[in-house]
Design a binder for this molecule. Structure first.
Ligand code: ZN
Length: 284
């Protein structure tokens, strides 16, 4: 089943007087959404109690949970201390996911501005390998680590690099951020075929199962020659990519991923817009 939901909490959630993320699952269910990506992007500070409450509410309301790990993870760092810390941050995120009953954590791989891309990739691979071993030992082996395609060219995290990282262990699921891909290639995703080619690429590297169980992010995006500049909303139509093309590609290939909307401030409202586009195309 294809799922739609927001990355974090929309501005209107707070404007309507809600305060706790534990209220999000029921709020999302009322909106006809069924996924929620909890943000630990500035650090894993959530208590086991709040995580447990979010998890319980998510199960009651059939909301699929994922957690975004801290942005400052850098698996490709030249500094040993930063690599070790990156493992710690991933394990902390996995612990929060365990409390919550979340099935996936989304991680940024890091920067490759100070070294060759190939060296950065090999460094990140080793860190990810060590993380998987420690996660298994700690009892987190049932939670999928999902390396994300990143939007800036000097970040390690092109489609090819993320797929290569995911070949390490069959439980690794790529997070395909279609806005980031669009920014990385200076706006190259402009047809259903463009999106189908990406899906084909994933399938040929990681196989059908992981293609069908993709994790993904979507929002309109502004970019510069360096790549990603800013996420925008569905109403900001001067920025691409167009979700219609992706929806058609997903429907044509019968791929039903989790689609997390990252629109600025309006992530839940826009997730619903994406869902409606998909339903129109699929006749659902
Ligand atoms: Zn991200």
């Amino acid at each position: 089943m294809i799922r739609f939901g927001p990355s974090g909490n929309s501005d209107i959630f707070y404007e309507q007087g809600y305060k706790s993320s534990a209220q999000m699952p029921a709020w999302l269910e009322k909106m006809s959404l069924n996924a929620y990506e909890y943000q630990c992007s500035k650090g894993v500070k959530i208590s086991s109690q709040l995580a447990g409450q979010i998890g319980e509410q998510a199960r009651l309301n059939d909301i699929f949970l994922s957690i975004h790990a801290p942005y400052y993870i850098n698996m490709a760092s030249e500094e040993k201390e930063k690599r070790i810390n990156s493992i710690v941050y991933m394990l902390e995120t996995l612990q929060a996911a365990k409390w919550m009953g979340a099935k996936r954590i989304v991680v940024h791989t890091g920067s490759c501005s100070r070294t060759s891309r190939e060296h950065a990739l090999q460094t990140a691979k080793q860190v990810l390998k060590d993380t998987i071993n420690e996660a298994d030992a700690a009892g987190f082996g049932d939670i999928a680590i999902c390396p994300e395609v990143l939007g800036k060219l000097n970040q390690l995290g092109s489609l090819e690099e993320v797929l290569e990282l995911c070949t390490l262990d069959e439980r690794l699921i790529p997070t395909i951020d279609f806005g980031h891909l669009h920014a990385r290639c200076m706006g190259c995703l402009n047809s259903t075929k463009d999106f189908e080619q990406i899906l084909d690429r994933i399938e040929s590297t990681l196989g059908e199962y992981r293609l069908k169980n993709l994790h993904s992010h979507f929002s309109r995006i502004e970019f510069t020659p360096g790549g990603e500049k800013k996420h925008w909303t569905q109403d900001d139509t001067q920025f691409g990519p167009e979700f219609e093309y992706l929806a058609e590609a997903l429907y044509n290939k019968r791929v039903e991923p989790v689609i997390i909307c990252e629109s600025r401030g309006k992530m839940a409202e826009d997730a619903l817009k994406l869902k409606n586009i998909y339903n129109r195309i699929s006749g659902g």
